[in-house]
Design a protein. Structure first.
Lengths: 120, 326
């Protein structure tokens, strides 16, 4: 019975109010993951599930030849710390790979990758 | 009748051995792959987590069948980034038509687990563990052994994210597994027939235990392959099939015990701070049970709920710097 009491006590502790931040995972993107868009976007937008630390968040966008097509800047939105803005160079038709790595405010890093296509 | 009743817990436990979930809990990021804590077998990562409660119900293959209800919990804690320990126990109620209901705690179980490999590029994880069921810490009336059992095991997980783009639909698949060998610390158990006064000795077999999962991650599909604009609830689901088997391989003469196991199809809903899993329990043979049981679990990610306190490793916790995926 004492073991059950201990488990219930631990659960009660977990249910108490707390401040927490979890892993930042990609919620959605524009252009959408795996989509084909036209005309070519001038900016990639990435929404995450948690607030981000801008200094340690990186995004690379490369074309089918491996050349970077982002301009190297990544900005956290001034009014929404879960949104990253990634300005893009002029894109032609083809497939593009996005690789992101972000740090949430609780110091968890997460990473991911996906593709989108630009129609001609 | 007294003999039958005295043997009931032992028979029920043997019959239902394949139905009971092994310890099964870790928050597991491997590169861009997240492997959820699985309900039936363990997953291949160490982490700071709590599974409570895990509730299962199943019926044995006896005539009449014994219904077994289990309510259990397990707390997992990282000692270092790669070394973790977990402790768990449960409460069991056995109900057999025509016999008194038996209930009590199971033996205490502890597991020491070490992360051998975490290869994010290949979405591959490997760990080794040694689990101990501490004999005599539970109630014999529900079949808790009076002797301890030691189970070294290896655990692995592999995501299929490295498949070519033309097979993108298959990239959300992942396979995990656990293979172990159980050594009882006592080779036989002596018992006395209360009617005749005769004593007998029953061998305690050594078991090969093995289980696998096949899972399809809807979160992976949405964030890495194609966003189908599905309702949010569906994007948090991981449909899964788990299997678990135990095969006696040594010291089994005269026991009549064969391979038992279950196949457990179900689904896990994954959130930011916790996950909820629900599975059916389908026995693979009569010795493993009758009918379809059910298994449910609430699993809390302590490293996300308490990232600066109990959600960190005891030794070598990174402070103010990024920690990969844990």
């Amino acid at each position: 019975m004492r073991r059950l009491s201990a488990l219930v006590g631990l659960l009660s502790l977990l249910c108490a109010p707390f401040t927490a931040d979890a892993h930042a995972l990609l919620d959605h993107a524009n252009p959408r993951v795996g989509s084909t868009v036209a005309p070519a976007p001038t900016e990639l937008l990435l929404w995450f599930t948690q607030k981000l630390e801008p200094a340690f968040s990186t995004v690379e966008v490369r074309d089918a030849n491996g050349a970077r097509v982002d301009d190297g800047r990544v900005q956290v939105d001034s009014s929404d710390a879960t949104l990253l803005h990634v300005p893009l160079k002029p894109l032609g038709g083809g497939s593009y790979e996005v690789r992101w790595r972000v740090l949430s405010v609780d110091t968890h890093t997460t990473e991911g990758r996906f593709r989108f296509n630009v129609g001609k | 009748m007294r003999v039958a009743h005295a043997l009931l817990p032992r028979i029920a436990v043997i019959a239902l051995a394949g139905l009971l979930p092994l310890s099964a809990h870790a928050h597991c990021f491997v590169g861009i792959r997240f492997l959820p804590a699985t309900l039936t077998i363990d997953d291949p990562c160490v982490a700071d987590e709590l599974s409570f409660p895990t509730v299962s119900w199943a019926k044995s293959g006896d005539v009449p069948p014994t219904s077994q209800l289990d309510i259990s919990g397990e707390f997992s804690k990282r000692i270092t980034e790669n070394l973790g320990i977990s402790i768990g126990t449960g409460w069991t109620r056995l109900t057999t038509p025509g016999s008194p209901t038996a209930s009590g705690f199971d033996n205490l179980e502890t597991t020491l687990q070490y992360q051998l490999v975490k290869d994010g590029q290949r979405e591959f994880a490997l760990s080794a563990a040694i689990g101990v069921e501490w004999g005599g810490t539970g109630a014999s009336v529900v079949g808790s052994d009076s002797f301890s059992t030691i189970t070294p095991s290896v655990l692995f997980g592999k995501g299929l994210g490295d498949l070519p783009d033309r097979m993108g639909w298959a990239r959300p698949f992942a396979l995990t597994g656990q293979i172990g060998y159980s050594f009882p610390t006592r080779t036989s158990t002596n018992s006395v027939d209360p009617d005749t006064g005769l004593s007998s000795s029953t061998p305690n077999p050594q078991f090969l235990t093995y289980g696998f999962t096949l899972q399809y991650s809807m979160p992976y599909l949405k964030s890495s392959v194609v966003d189908l604009d599905l309702p949010g609830f569906l994007n948090h689901l991981i449909p899964i099939v788990e299997t678990q088997f135990a095969t006696p391989v040594a010291n089994k003469a005269g026991t009549g015990i064969g391979t038992t196991g279950t196949i457990n199809p179900g689904v896990i809903w994954v959130g930011s701070y916790f996950q909820v899993g629900l599975e059916a329990i389908a026995p693979v043979n009569h010795a493993s049970g009758t009918g379809v049981g059910v298994l449910a679990q609430l699993h809390l990610y302590l490293d996300d709920i308490f990232p600066t306190t109990i959600g960190r490793p005891l030794i070598g916790a990174q402070n103010g710097t990024a920690k990969q995926g844990n």
